[in-house]
Design a protein around this ligand. Structure first.
Ligand code: PXP
Length: 271
């Protein structure tokens, strides 16, 4: 799988003060950062003009340390356009993650463009952003068909689901390669409610990884709440958009991405 190949490993020489471990190397798998650049396209579409260009944003994000570029081509084309997808496929060498609704027209587009990963998401026209995870339990046939078509072309498929055991079991039965756990409820909660949401994420993550699924997460993550999620065992990829693009207004996209990347890298070191 393309994304597995680019999983980053940090090689640390162990502290020389511990004589028996001197010169030994520890391999620490790092969670990857997927930067969602939809919001750059949202600003452009506000004026129906050519700037800011999400293709330039992808370049800046990669220079800031993004491992993956994530975009959501919505059926209503409210932000990312078909032209963006085509150019990003040409300019992002690996690690292009395309979020899509599970409908024939969008699956056909993915089959033509061949991103590295497709994340199937629920989509409703009236929503401001993706609300809730995919209902895999209630929509098995349609999702199964989409997974087969994409996997036949070598595209890795991830399902965006709530941290819910039934949804995870349904995803597993479909032999998908990855799940992206919806972190929206965790991000919105505060105090003890947030701890409970983190427990839900951790429990779902354990089921996913023990079953061999690649573990991704995203939605609502920001500079203040990302660390506990990045510390979940075997977390492989975090997809983050709104908070990074918001911070980019003040510090520039490259810096906003590298700040987030550092938080995720440091968190990966102590899990
Ligand atoms: N992951 C998925 C599946 C999403 O739909 C979104 C929002 O487009 C994100 C991650 C990123 O969410 P946010 O913009 O809140 O960081």
């Amino acid at each position: 799988m393309q994304l597995k190949r680019q999983r980053r490993i940090l090689v640390l020489p162990l502290i020389p003060q511990i004589p028996q471990l001197d010169l030994t190397l520890v391999l620490i798998p790092m969670a990857l950062l997927g930067v969602n650049i939809d919001h750059v396209a949202t600003v452009r579409q506000a004026r129906r003009t050519y700037e800011p260009d999400p293709v330039f944003a992808a370049g800046e994000a990669l220079l800031g340390g993004a491992d993956i570029i994530t975009i959501h081509l919505r059926e209503d084309r409210r932000h990312i356009q078909d032209r963006d997808l085509k150019l990003l496929r040409e300019t992002v060498p690996s690690g292009l993650n395309l979020e899509l609704a599970c409908v024939p027209e969008m699956i056909q587009i993915a089959c033509e463009v061949c991103p590295n990963q497709v994340t199937l998401v629920p989509e409703r026209r009236e929503e401001v952003t993706t609300e809730g995870g995919l209902n895999v339990v209630g929509d098995t046939v349609r999702i199964d068909y989409a997974i087969r078509r994409l996997q036949e072309l070598g595209i890795e498929v991830s399902l965006f689901i709530d941290p819910d055991q039934q949804q995870l079991e349904a995803a597993l039965a479909l032999q998908v390669q990855a799940v992206e756990l919806h972190t929206g409820s965790y991000a919105l909660a505060t105090g003890s409610a947030q701890s409970l949401e983190l427990d839900r994420l951790t429990a779902a993550a354990a089921i996913a990884t023990q079953s061999g699924l690649k573990l991704n997460a995203g939605h609502g993550l920001n500079y203040l709440n990302v660390i506990p999620v990045a510390q979940i065992a075997r977390m492989q990829e975090l997809n983050i958009g709104h908070s990074i693009v918001s911070r980019a207004i003040f510090v520039g996209l490259r810096t906003a991405v590298s700040d987030m990347k550092r938080l995720i890298t440091d968190a990966s070191l102590v899990r």
